[in-house]
Design a protein around this ligand. Structure first.
Ligand SMILES: C[S@@+](CC[C@H](N)C(=O)[O-])C[C@H]1O[C@@H](n2cnc3c(N)ncnc32)[C@H](O)[C@@H]1O
Length: 219
């Protein structure tokens, strides 16, 4: 069993519970959604990675040309497809895939979305390279990512314990500034770094980053 298979097995097991759960900070999520919609246009073809049960993909789909949404978990994708069946007039395609195996499109995607998932990948540098490869020149990466290094000590101590008993997935610890630095190394210009939480300081950073238009702009 590969590490990706192991990660997929964790998410397969929790998919129905995840789908039934409520979004913890709905106002913060709505803010991120509105910000994302404002960055996209009706002609855009967008890739969402780690799409889970498809909530964001299906919320974004009516305002764009097509969304291709992928996830390593078959159970998550099965739920996303069930939800998509209830919608008409959108082009939403779901596939079981890691970031590195997510489909590419001619000319590249206009945008890649990664919500609540970059802290779950084991090789972030490779993931950021795979995202970069899939974007068109000037394409946008829009991500909302928990910066675990900025969370309180209790949470940081609890994660390995939960993981030891199979109640948490692999989780990487990094700060928002670490992620911004990694994005620069991967060839992105960070255009905005925001916090959308509604109640208190939000450890989830919303980052808008752009792939250079021209390869000569690359670091
Ligand atoms: C916390 S859920 C977030 C789902 C959705 N993006 C959201 O915001 O509700 C994380 C998702 O990432 C997926 N995932 C974990 N590791 C992954 C990887 N290496 N490649 C693609 N998806 C991955 C999991 O299967 C899970 O559905």
């Amino acid at each position: 069993m590969t590490l990706i298979d192991r990660d997929a097995a964790f998410w397969n097991k929790t998919a129905r519970k995840y789908a039934a759960g409520r979004i913890p900070d709905m106002a913060g999520y709505e803010r991120s959604l509105a910000r994302t919609r404002g960055l996209l246009t009706p002609s855009d073809v967008v890739l969402e990675i780690g799409c889970g049960t498809g909530t964001t993909a299906l919320a974004i789909a009516p305002g764009i040309r097509r969304i291709v949404a992928t996830d390593v978990s078959e159970a998550m994708i099965a739920i996303a497809r069930e939800k998509a069946q209830a919608m008409t007039g959108i082009d939403a395609r779901f596939a079981v895939a890691s970031v590195e195996t997510s489909p590419q499109v001619d000319g590249g995607y206009d945008a890649v979305l990664a919500f609540n998932m970059l802290h779950l990948v084991r090789d972030r540098a490779a993931t950021l390279r795979a995202i970069h490869q899939r974007l068109k020149p000037g394409g946008l990466l829009i991500t909302k990512t928990p910066a675990i290094a900025e969370m309180n000590l209790m949470i940081r101590l609890a994660i390995p314990l939960m993981r030891a008993i199979g109640k948490a997935p692999f989780v990487a610890t990094f700060s928002a500034s670490d992620l911004e630095a990694e994005l620069a190394v991967a060839g992105f210009a960070v255009l905005a770094a925001e916090r959308h939480g509604s109640k208190r300081w939000d450890p989830r950073i919303f980052i808008l980053a752009r792939k250079a238009e021209d390869v000569s702009e690359q670091p």
